[in-house]
Ligand binder design. Structure first.
Ligand code: MG
Length: 154
Protein backbone atom coordinates (compact mmCIF):
# COMPACT_ATOMS: atom_id res chain seq x y z
CA UNK A 1 0.00 0.00 0.00
CA UNK A 2 1.13 3.52 -0.80
CA UNK A 3 0.17 6.76 0.95
CA UNK A 4 0.59 10.41 0.04
CA UNK A 5 1.08 13.42 2.28
CA UNK A 6 1.26 17.18 1.77
CA UNK A 7 1.75 20.06 4.19
CA UNK A 8 2.55 23.78 4.23
CA UNK A 9 3.68 26.05 7.05
CA UNK A 10 4.12 29.80 7.01
CA UNK A 11 7.43 31.45 7.92
CA UNK A 12 7.47 33.34 11.19
CA UNK A 13 10.25 35.46 12.61
CA UNK A 14 11.63 34.51 15.99
CA UNK A 15 10.98 30.79 15.75
CA UNK A 16 13.58 28.07 15.15
CA UNK A 17 13.42 26.33 11.78
CA UNK A 18 13.03 22.58 12.33
CA UNK A 19 13.02 20.26 9.31
CA UNK A 20 13.27 16.50 9.73
CA UNK A 21 14.02 17.06 13.41
CA UNK A 22 17.09 19.17 12.56
CA UNK A 23 17.35 22.80 13.65
CA UNK A 24 18.59 24.74 10.62
CA UNK A 25 20.03 28.24 10.95
CA UNK A 26 17.73 30.61 9.04
CA UNK A 27 16.23 34.09 9.27
CA UNK A 28 12.77 32.63 9.99
CA UNK A 29 11.27 29.51 11.50
CA UNK A 30 7.88 28.04 10.66
CA UNK A 31 4.67 28.93 12.46
CA UNK A 32 2.62 26.18 14.03
CA UNK A 33 1.26 24.58 17.16
CA UNK A 34 3.95 21.89 17.36
CA UNK A 35 7.53 22.54 16.24
CA UNK A 36 5.94 23.10 12.77
CA UNK A 37 8.22 20.52 11.11
CA UNK A 38 6.51 20.56 7.73
CA UNK A 39 8.62 17.66 6.45
CA UNK A 40 7.64 15.34 9.31
CA UNK A 41 3.98 16.34 8.95
CA UNK A 42 3.89 15.43 5.25
CA UNK A 43 5.66 12.15 6.02
CA UNK A 44 3.21 11.38 8.84
CA UNK A 45 0.23 11.85 6.53
CA UNK A 46 1.88 9.64 3.92
CA UNK A 47 2.36 6.83 6.44
CA UNK A 48 -1.16 7.24 7.84
CA UNK A 49 -2.53 7.20 4.29
CA UNK A 50 -0.65 3.99 3.48
CA UNK A 51 -2.20 2.44 6.59
CA UNK A 52 -5.68 3.58 5.54
CA UNK A 53 -5.97 5.67 8.70
CA UNK A 54 -7.24 9.23 9.22
CA UNK A 55 -4.86 12.17 8.89
CA UNK A 56 -2.46 13.79 11.33
CA UNK A 57 -5.13 16.22 12.56
CA UNK A 58 -7.18 13.28 13.84
CA UNK A 59 -4.38 12.00 16.09
CA UNK A 60 -2.88 15.40 16.92
CA UNK A 61 -5.73 17.94 16.83
CA UNK A 62 -4.60 21.53 16.27
CA UNK A 63 -4.95 23.36 19.57
CA UNK A 64 -4.57 20.21 21.68
CA UNK A 65 -2.47 21.50 24.61
CA UNK A 66 -0.61 18.17 24.84
CA UNK A 67 0.81 18.82 21.34
CA UNK A 68 2.03 22.37 22.02
CA UNK A 69 5.64 22.70 20.94
CA UNK A 70 6.21 18.93 20.67
CA UNK A 71 8.88 17.54 18.38
CA UNK A 72 7.21 16.26 15.24
CA UNK A 73 9.51 13.24 15.42
CA UNK A 74 7.08 12.16 18.17
CA UNK A 75 4.31 12.28 15.58
CA UNK A 76 6.32 9.94 13.35
CA UNK A 77 6.90 7.63 16.34
CA UNK A 78 3.13 7.52 16.82
CA UNK A 79 2.70 6.59 13.14
CA UNK A 80 5.17 3.76 13.57
CA UNK A 81 3.22 2.57 16.63
CA UNK A 82 -0.01 2.66 14.64
CA UNK A 83 1.63 0.60 11.88
CA UNK A 84 2.70 -1.95 14.50
CA UNK A 85 -0.83 -2.08 15.90
CA UNK A 86 -2.18 -2.68 12.39
CA UNK A 87 0.36 -5.51 11.92
CA UNK A 88 1.95 -3.65 9.02
CA UNK A 89 5.58 -2.99 8.07
CA UNK A 90 6.90 0.30 6.77
CA UNK A 91 9.06 -0.25 3.69
CA UNK A 92 10.24 3.23 2.70
CA UNK A 93 9.32 6.89 2.61
CA UNK A 94 10.26 9.64 0.18
CA UNK A 95 9.70 13.37 0.44
CA UNK A 96 10.33 16.62 -1.42
CA UNK A 97 10.67 19.98 0.31
CA UNK A 98 9.72 23.04 -1.73
CA UNK A 99 11.45 26.18 -0.50
CA UNK A 100 13.50 29.05 -1.90
CA UNK A 101 15.76 28.89 1.17
CA UNK A 102 17.53 27.58 3.18
CA UNK A 103 19.65 24.93 1.50
CA UNK A 104 18.57 21.47 2.62
CA UNK A 105 21.39 19.32 1.26
CA UNK A 106 23.89 20.02 4.10
CA UNK A 107 21.31 18.70 6.59
CA UNK A 108 19.94 15.82 4.56
CA UNK A 109 21.83 13.00 6.26
CA UNK A 110 20.92 14.20 9.76
CA UNK A 111 17.26 14.40 8.70
CA UNK A 112 17.35 10.86 7.25
CA UNK A 113 18.80 9.51 10.48
CA UNK A 114 16.20 11.28 12.65
CA UNK A 115 13.28 10.24 10.47
CA UNK A 116 14.54 6.67 10.09
CA UNK A 117 14.92 6.34 13.85
CA UNK A 118 11.42 7.68 14.50
CA UNK A 119 9.85 5.42 11.88
CA UNK A 120 11.96 2.35 12.66
CA UNK A 121 13.53 2.06 9.20
CA UNK A 122 17.17 2.47 8.10
CA UNK A 123 18.12 5.94 6.79
CA UNK A 124 18.76 4.37 3.38
CA UNK A 125 14.97 3.95 3.16
CA UNK A 126 14.31 7.62 3.81
CA UNK A 127 14.37 9.76 0.66
CA UNK A 128 14.67 13.52 1.08
CA UNK A 129 14.87 15.90 -1.82
CA UNK A 130 14.45 19.64 -2.15
CA UNK A 131 13.62 22.09 -4.89
CA UNK A 132 12.82 25.76 -5.19
CA UNK A 133 9.58 27.02 -6.71
CA UNK A 134 11.49 29.16 -9.23
CA UNK A 135 10.37 32.28 -7.26
CA UNK A 136 6.70 31.66 -8.20
CA UNK A 137 3.72 31.59 -5.85
CA UNK A 138 3.73 31.66 -2.05
CA UNK A 139 6.87 29.54 -1.82
CA UNK A 140 8.54 31.77 -4.37
CA UNK A 141 7.63 34.83 -2.30
CA UNK A 142 9.32 33.14 0.67
CA UNK A 143 6.09 33.08 2.67
CA UNK A 144 6.56 29.49 3.77
CA UNK A 145 7.74 25.97 3.01
CA UNK A 146 5.74 23.14 1.41
CA UNK A 147 6.47 19.44 1.65
CA UNK A 148 5.09 16.38 -0.11
CA UNK A 149 5.74 12.77 0.72
CA UNK A 150 4.91 9.19 -0.12
CA UNK A 151 5.17 6.09 2.04
CA UNK A 152 5.07 2.40 1.20
CA UNK A 153 3.75 -0.16 3.69
CA UNK A 154 3.43 -3.92 3.35
MG1 MG B 1 1.59 20.74 9.60
Amino acid sequence: MIGIGYDVHRFKEGRPLILGGVEIPHSHGLDGHSDADVLCHALADAVLGALGLPDIGFYFPPGDPSCAGISSLKILEKCRQLADEEGRTLINVDATLVAEAPKVLPHREAMRINIGQALGIPPQRVGIKATTNETMGFVGRREGIAAMAVAQVS
